[in-house]
Unconditional design. Structure first.
Length: 468
């Protein structure tokens, strides 16, 4: 679902502003850092002992600094300074049922009393695998891992073994984990240009990958026409939640599915975010296109570490035949699978009614944000679906691929995020929103009130800049 507020003029309000003879950053909300004094102290301490001060590099982008938290329940967080927030980060996605969900806590406590880790088989493995197969259209067999990045590598290994080929096609702006061979192209172009995301990436990593713009069937046809004998897999996010929640053009996924079938290429959907979030059977059931392999994670265990490689028997059975090695001490961890059973049972109940509720509430939030932006004459574009959407500050009427997102007004986005934080709403630093089962009507009302204040402040800033 896309919303666009078509405003023809946008003033240039980048850079710095003179304030009482001094200079401060041009920010919508002049946050008082003393509100975060305890977080600041802990962050400084953490940086002395923890590389970067955070445990995942993405978190360092949080403004005005990575906050530290002491309590979470339902849809609400409390930081170490006592500030409370409505949470739309959901821990970057996993907390689909909300924080400290009683059903998950009870399931985990029950399993902890039995055993924690035994390095052997247990009943929960078969139960959760069967449940996933019943919910997700493409799934006939399942393999468990601990992280999405790890699961992606298993899927690629399976595709290479199944096809006898080596290379993969991936898309600009799609994220498939932080390992070298799939980080190529995440924030770069098909011709190799673009920012360097990390030093230390193997010089040979790019040899494994063809990078293409997304939503362009002719690009895939061209690559396959020349190189189909080398291509083992096409991997994509069916909804690009890691890049402005871009949606596929009508007929695009169907066309890629057809091309993959005709050229005997394994089609892989990375549904780490969309799985058990956008629909009972993930994006593939919502959009009606079935891949050969699916990667699942985040929401599947409601906040516990679990990832899944799943798909057609003819591909997955290579693991059983020992043609493909799949191993790991923590694979099928009993605690994570206890949490997964509780999570999936709740999401599957009444044919996924809870996910439908999440979707409709999210859509109301999307509509409300769009309406408030229109009233304040703030140009935005909202992409995605109710459970996962993105607010871009842009004059574009539509976006279809990574390149379309490059002229987003990230300064306006950052001002908005800080204003929302000041008004008690916690959002991801890239402008993404996750709506979950714990968000209430009262949360939505309070959130839209905060959005209205943030847009009003931004509108005032526009008028100030024009006056200057």
């Amino acid at each position: 679902m896309n919303f666009f507020l078509d405003k023809t003029a946008r003033p240039d309000y980048m850079g710095c502003m003179a304030i009482n003879g001094g200079i401060r950053r041009n920010t919508m909300a002049a946050l008082r850092l003393d509100r975060f004094s305890a977080s600041t102290k802990l962050y400084n301490l953490s940086r002395r002992y923890l590389a970067g001060g955070v445990s995942s590099g993405m978190r360092s982008a949080c403004k005005p600094l990575p906050l530290f938290f002491e309590h979470a329940a339902g849809s609400h967080l409390r930081d170490v300074d006592g500030n409370e927030y409505i949470d739309y980060t959901l821990a970057w996605g996993p907390m689909i049922l909300g924080h400290s969900h009683p059903g998950i806590i009870a399931a985990v406590e029950q399993q902890l009393a039995k055993f924690q880790l035994i390095g052997a088989q247990h009943e929960l493995e078969a139960y959760v695998a069967e449940k996933i197969g019943a919910m997700v259209p493409s799934v006939e067999l399942v393999a468990f891992n601990s992280s999405g990045s790890e699961a992606v590598q298993v899927a690629l290994r399976l595709a290479r073994a199944f096809t006898g080929r080596q290379k993969i096609i991936r898309f600009e702006g799609h994220y498939h984990g932080w390992l070298d061979n799939v980080l190529i192209g995440y924030r770069g172009y098909a011709n190799g240009d673009g920012p360097r995301l990390s030093e230390g990436i193997s010089e040979r990593a790019s040899d494994e990958v063809y990078v293409a713009p997304w939503n362009d069937v002719e690009q895939i046809e061209s690559i396959l026409k020349k190189h189909s004998h080398q291509v083992a897999a096409i991997i994509m996010e069916p909804i690009v939640c890691n890049n402005s929640c871009l949606m596929p053009r009508s007929g695009y996924l169907e066309a890629v599915r057809d091309l993959a079938t005709r050229h005997d290429v394994t089609l892989i959907f990375d549904e780490v975010i969309t799985g058990f979030r956008v629909a009972r059977g993930g994006a593939q059931s919502l959009l009606g296109v079935t891949p050969d392999l699916t990667i699942l994670g985040k929401a599947v265990a409601g906040g516990f570490p679990l990832a899944v490689v799943a798909g057609k028997r003819k591909v997955m059975e290579l693991i059983e035949q020992r043609r493909v090695l799949h191993a790991g001490t923590f694979n099928g961890h009993p605690i994570s699978l206890a949490a997964a059973k509780a999570t999936l049972d709740a999401l599957d109940e009444n044919d996924g009614r809870l996910l439908e509720q999440i979707r409709t509430r999210g859509e109301r939030l999307m509509n409300g944000i769009a309406s408030l932006a229109g009233q304040a004459s703030i140009p935005i574009l909202i992409n995605g679906v109710g459970a996962a959407f993105h607010v871009s500050f842009t004059t574009r009427k539509e976006m279809h691929n990574f390149r379309d997102t490059l002229d987003n007004d990230t300064d306006a986005r950052d001002r908005f995020l800080e204003a929302m934080l000041e008004n008690g709403v916690y959002l991801l630093p890239d402008g993404r929103w996750y709506v979950g089962a714990a968000h209430t009507e009262a949360d939505l009302a309070a959130t839209l009130q905060a959005v209205g204040k943030a847009f009003k402040a931004e509108s005032s800033l526009h008028r100030f800049a024009e006056a200057e």
